[in-house]
Design a binder for this molecule. Structure first.
Ligand SMILES: [Zn+2]
Length: 432
């Protein structure tokens, strides 16, 4: 009987999971970050938080040690109910410790994260990008996951939250970002230890309609191209620089760090100073990205193209990418309801929409787009104008996304023909 009841219960859970997934499909995901008011922490709470991060480190290292002991010890076989573990002291002797604060679900999340890391490493090693396939012992853990809203974490009111393993309410700043949004669903959370304090990230699902602005007057359309050297270009011809330079202070604290002796307390202090500086730069970048996104989406219907930013990290563009905020802007734009993302296979750079020629010979370093039909313009501006043209003539999110090169060519040619602009030359060149 009990077995039957258990199965019925499992079925119910999987059903409601499916429902939730379906519901979330029509929603927008957003991550909000709140800061724990450290000066309002009680002594006991501060100890709890510090203990949680410590326990996470011990736990992870204990599992790694256990995995090293035998080949049969696989992550999936680790008994997550076990709370009596050992840690190494200074002289590498085992000391028994008990997991008291780190919640069971967070422990499971920690293991899933390890599994995910192992998978990524294995994939990288396969491609020859990385030598080792082993996880390293960690000196500290800086993120704790909370999986189940209402159980592992709660939002009490506009100012207070509760996290499993920490006694009492925590006062936080920043909940107003999402607390009052109608229809918002809070999902998992993550407690972070940063040089600038303790933070909690909340993953939220918002109804699409609510993040959309009222359909009033029609918005102007703008195409945005994310170049790497000139930051980004608008179809209006405007070019916007978006970089946050490395601060002088960062250089200084990094220099200080390099002079500190390994294993010394001064070195630990210097590491945190460097982190704090990095955090400040990250904050500046986020701020800049937010402003750019807000300005664009407030005034325009924005069209961008999905492409891989990651490949730019190689080669001499790396510095520009590192200091830039393009990755952030793009990620934020992609989530926005006022933004249309063109698929990768749309010919935004190579097509001449006046005559229908394809310019495959155009290289990344060619900064001007030139066509035999007389069109000559800045490469990036040309791309953004093509984005608008393609958006207006092809449908996004339909079968067009899967068109091959040849099919795309004939489709585009057909459109240009029917627009009454007869291509001046035959298109043999296109097959090159
Ligand atoms: Zn042309």
């Amino acid at each position: 009987m009990d077995e039957e009841r258990r199965l019925a219960k499992n079925k119910l859970i999987s059903l409601s999971k499916k429902e939730t997934l379906l519901r979330h499909e029509n929603m927008v995901t957003k991550t909000y970050e709140v800061k724990i008011q450290e000066n309002k922490l009680r002594k006991r709470q501060r100890e709890d938080i510090e203990r949680i991060f410590l326990e996470a480190k011990w736990y992870k290292n204990y599992i790694l040690n256990w995995m090293n002991e035998s080949k049969d010890n696989k992550l999936s076989k680790f008994n997550t109910k076990q709370t009596e573990i050992t840690k190494k002291d200074k002289d590498m002797n085992d000391v028994a410790v008990e997991i008291k604060r780190l919640p069971a679900q967070s422990r499971q999340c920690l293991i899933s994260r390890m599994v995910a890391n192992l998978r990524t490493m294995a994939a990288l090693r396969k491609r020859g990008l990385q030598k080792s396939g082993k996880l390293k012992f960690s000196k500290e853990e800086t993120a704790i996951d909370y999986k189940q809203i209402g159980n592992s974490h709660k939002i009490i009111n506009k100012k207070r939250i509760r996290l499993q393993g920490i006694k009492g309410d925590l006062l936080v700043n920043g909940l107003e970002q999402f607390y009052n949004i109608p229809g918002v669903e809070v999902a998992n959370a993550r407690l972070l230890h940063r040089a600038t304090g303790y933070f909690v990230q909340f993953v939220c699902f918002l109804p699409k309609a609510c993040s959309q602005e009222q359909p009033g007057e029609e918005k102007k359309i703008v195409g945005v191209d994310f170049g790497c050297s000139t930051a980004f270009t608008l179809s209006t011809g405007e070019k916007i620089q978006a970089t946050v330079p490395e601060s002088e202070r960062l250089k200084r604290v990094q220099r200080d760090l390099s002079r500190k002796q390994k294993g010394s307390k001064n070195r630990v202090r210097a590491v945190w100073k460097v982190r704090k500086e990095h955090q400040k730069i990250t904050n500046r970048k986020n701020d800049m990205a937010n402003k750019i996104v807000r300005n664009l989406t407030k005034n325009y219907l924005v069209i961008i193209q999905d492409e891989q930013l990651a490949s730019w990290h190689k080669g001499n563009h790396s510095k520009a990418v590192q200091y830039g905020v393009l990755g952030r802007v793009k990620a934020k734009l992609k989530q926005h309801s006022n933004v249309i993302v063109l698929p990768k296979n749309y010919p935004t750079t190579k097509l001449c929409t006046k005559c229908g020629r394809w310019h495959d010979e155009l290289k990344l370093w060619n900064r001007t787009f030139k066509c035999q039909c007389g069109v000559e313009e800045d490469r990036d501006v040309h791309a953004t104008q093509n984005m608008i043209w393609l958006y207006e003539h092809l449908k996004v999110g339909t079968e067009h996304t899967k068109l091959t090169r040849v099919e795309m060519e004939s489709l585009v040619k057909g459109i240009i023909h029917s627009n009454g602009q007869t291509p001046s030359v035959k298109h043999e060149a296109a097959s090159l």
